[in-house]
Design a protein around this ligand. Structure first.
Ligand SMILES: [Fe+2]
Ligand SMILES: [Fe+2]
Length: 165
């Protein structure tokens, strides 16, 4: 039960991640940045598929709130992209940093026996660290505190909501 809830949250997180990247690709200026966004979105779709598969094995259901997370994240991504590529890359670096700490928290909460879910989260953590590092190396600039705070608040809303429904 707890594993299914946690994996539902992670599935929603990946819905939001690919939506963010797609939104950012839409408004990216530099074609290199745009193709990096598309590539990252494709990897988030892999994560999404792993979480969905695992959720099925655990007899869990995907969150009813996913359409809301999708459209919200797509819009936020498109707006972040409109602030310019360096801000947009900085947004990714910050998002992935927050996702990494979220995943590590879930690895602490998941049962030690749930090896399949753990393997998925470990691989995802590895990939998210790479996504963040790549965005930073492409010139992402650090975001001001009110923005990082708002991002944390949004993800808390998402993780709490998808935990229950
Ligand atoms: Fe991901
Ligand atoms: Fe990622």
């Amino acid at each position: 039960m707890e594993s299914a809830r946690l994996m539902r949250v992670n599935h929603s997180g990946e819905v939001a991640a690919q939506a963010l990247y797609q939104g950012q690709a839409l408004t990216a200026r530099d074609p290199l940045v745009r193709s990096a966004m598309h590539q990252a979105a494709a990897e988030e779709i892999d994560h999404l598929a792993w979480c969905e598969q695992r959720l099925k094995e655990l007899k869990g259901q995907t969150s009813l709130l996913n359409p809301l997370w999708y459209f919200g994240s797509f819009s936020i991504g498109a707006i972040a992209g409109a602030f310019g590529d360096r801000a947009s890359l900085g947004f990714i670096a910050e998002t992935e940093k927050q996702v990494e700490s979220h995943l590590r928290d879930h690895l602490g909460r998941l049962s030690a026996k749930d090896l399949r879910s753990r393997a998925i989260l470990e691989q995802m953590t590895h990939d998210e660290v790479q996504h963040g590092a790549k965005a930073a190396s492409m010139g992402g600039k650090a975001l001001p505190f009110p923005i990082t705070w708002a991002m944390r608040a949004t993800s808390t809303l998402m993780t709490r909501g998808s935990y229950w429904i």
